[in-house]
Write a protein that binds this ligand. Structure first.
Ligand SMILES: [Cu+2]
Length: 199
């Protein structure tokens, strides 16, 4: 429905409903009718605003969206979301695993924030040869917003470091931890790992 069609139909509703001039309740009725008419106009406007514009009038390009505002056409995914370190010893020191992530969508997206589930684990973003500060667990230091853009098909690495000695002897045994990657494209991505910690 076009805007002019909407207006025409509203006008015809008002005209059909309008009582004969001179009736005592004319002005009260008119107020109600005008009110209803205005509501229909607002509704019609909302419907028109919500309609997608014809593609021909709106040649969307990725370049025009390169500011990477929040959108739903980006998608952050990882081919591997669960890694097993196997048996590792406290004496052996920290272990590292790199997860590949990728924007598999058609629009740029933002990595908003990263944090880990425990203070023994940190996660750092490595993108285009640049390594960002590692992030830890909320509550063990402020977790700032990163708002790092990832273009369609672009890949990055999330480098996770686990310190099996961080909890002392209490940390011996099976562990599972995860890294949460908040992003503008949808649900947070979770990258998990397991390990069996020995002395
Ligand atoms: Cu821990």
């Amino acid at each position: 429905m076009s805007k002019s069609a909407t207006i025409k139909s509203v006008v015809s509703i008002i005209e059909r409903a309008r009582p004969a001039a001179g009736q005592s309740r004319y002005s009260a009725n008119m107020k109600v009718i005008v009110g209803v008419g205005a509501a229909i106009l607002v509704l019609g406007g909302l419907i028109i605003a919500a309609m997608p514009e014809p593609a021909a009038n709106n040649p969307k390009t990725v370049a025009s969206r390169s500011t990477a505002s929040a959108n739903s056409a980006g998608a952050l995914s990882a081919p591997e979301t669960n890694f097993n370190f196997g048996s590792i010893s406290m004496a052996g020191g920290k272990v590292t695993h790199s997860y590949r992530i990728r924007n598999t969508g058609t629009e740029p997206m933002l990595i908003r924030k990263m944090y880990t589930s425990c203070m023994c684990t940190t996660a750092a973003l490595v993108k285009s040869g640049r390594k960002f500060e590692p992030y830890g667990m909320p509550g063990h230091g402020f977790i700032p917003r990163m708002n790092e853009p990832v273009n369609p098909k672009e890949e990055a690495i999330i480098e996770v470091v686990f310190d099996p000695a961080a909890h002392g002897p209490a940390g011996i045994g099976p562990v599972d931890r995860f890294v949460t990657v908040e992003n503008s494209a949808g649900r947070p991505l979770e990258l998990a790992f397991t390990a069996n910690v020995t002395p």
